[in-house]
Design a protein around this ligand. Structure first.
Ligand code: UT7
Length: 321
């Protein structure tokens, strides 16, 4: 049933993260895969020091379900209340059933709907946007929005230019429809330009990630800067209103550039790339989970999220926690 109301706000009621047990630092990954690289190069160019890798047989839906359980627990919401599950992933368990449907079964959710979104590293922002719009349209009152990735399964472990950059993990938020109030998702801003599909893609034959890093970097800096402006302008907000920047975690240099653009001190920019590497669609919800659990993000704080990824796709979301 749908019952649209302009006053409905999709409030982030809980967050959760899951990281697989195995942790490999830069030296360990170089040694394991016999890579011509160094800890110094990786840290200087990316900020990455280590990453988590899924165990053999551990799937995106396994990690997604763990993150979702943690988010529901933090929100104090029972699985029986969940109406919708949206999973952003570029590494689904299989083409179908969707990873979201598998999560539904693993959690024991008995009602509602579930589907995946495939938008690479921008996936969480897209999923949040879709979930927000659906809740505002009355299509459910409680949604799990999850980013879950096992990028380790789609990496070319002989390509030092990509394989050191990614990690596995999952993050989730519980979105709850509330009537009125100040809290909730304020707006989302989505973009795609398929003409740049070849600079960051999964090779159709080999099935592994290929990236022209420098080109992606160039697009990232300009497109993220412009979508952040777009988000602030749409809400008549100034950059000084932003309490926390929670960016997609691909590269410390890009994250710091965005922090400088917003005039935010480093303490107000949530950074996990050093410990998680790039977990694609999982990186923003993992960072949200960390920063809500350690007490940084508080109720009422204005949080700006932004991401860019394969497609190219990019986007931003503003939410008051
Ligand atoms: O999540 C989706 C969005 N993705 C991104 O935002 C990623 C954006 N791009 C980047 O973060 C950076 O471009 C990289 C970290 C991927 C690469 O850094 P860079 O400063 O742009 O380096 P580069 O690709 O221009 O490569 C510089 C040199 C090259 O050697 P030559 O040609 O100058 O001799 C590479 O072969 O570094 C070499 N290189 C490495 N050396 C040691 C590339 N990867 C490695 C490595 N270890 N792992």
């Amino acid at each position: 049933m749908t019952s649209s109301s302009p006053d409905i706000r999709a409030v982030i009621a809980g967050t959760g993260g899951y990281l697989p047990e195995e942790v490999l630092d830069n030296e360990a990954i170089a040694a394991r895969y016999n890579l011509d690289t160094s800890d110094a190069w990786i840290v200087e160019r990316t900020g990455i020091r280590r990453r988590h890798l899924a165990a053999p047989g551990q799937m995106a839906s396994d990690m997604a379900a763990e993150a979702a359980r943690a988010a529901l627990a933090q929100a104090g919401i029972d699985v029986s209340e969940v109406d919708a599950i949206i999973v952003a992933t570029a590494t689904p368990d299989s083409a179908f059933p969707s990873t979201a449907a598998r999560v539904q079964a693993k959690l024991g959710v008995k009602k509602g709907f579930a589907f995946d979104i495939s938008v690479a590293c921008t996936g969480f922002v897209y999923a949040l946007s879709v979930a927000n719009a659906m809740l505002k349209a009355g299509q459910g009152r409680c949604a799990l929005v999850i980013g879950a990735e096992v990028f380790s399964r789609i990496l070319d472990w002989t390509d030092r230019g990509t394989c050191v950059l990614f990690g596995d993990g999952a993050g989730a938020v519980v979105l709850k429809a509330e009537q009125g109030g100040e809290r909730g998702v304020l707006s989302t801003h989505l973009h795609a330009d398929g003409t740049h599909g070849d600079i960051l893609n999964v090779d159709e034959v080999a099935g592994v990630v290929r990236m022209t890093g420098r080109e992606v970097f160039r697009h990232a800096v300009s497109k993220l800067a412009s979508v952040v402006d777009e988000a602030l302008e749409a809400n008549a907000l100034d950059k000084s209103d932003v309490k926390w920047l929670v960016p997609h975690q691909a590269n410390r240099r890009i994250i710091e550039a965005m922090g400088r653009k917003l005039g935010l001190p480093a303490e107000q920019v949530v950074m996990t790339v050093d410990r998680h590497a790039n977990t694609s669609a999982a990186s923003i919800p993992l960072a949200l989970a960390e920063a809500t659990r350690d007490g940084r993000i508080q109720k009422g704080d204005l949080v700006l999220m932004e991401a860019i990824g394969g497609g190219l796709t990019w986007g931003a979301a503003l939410a008051r926690f």
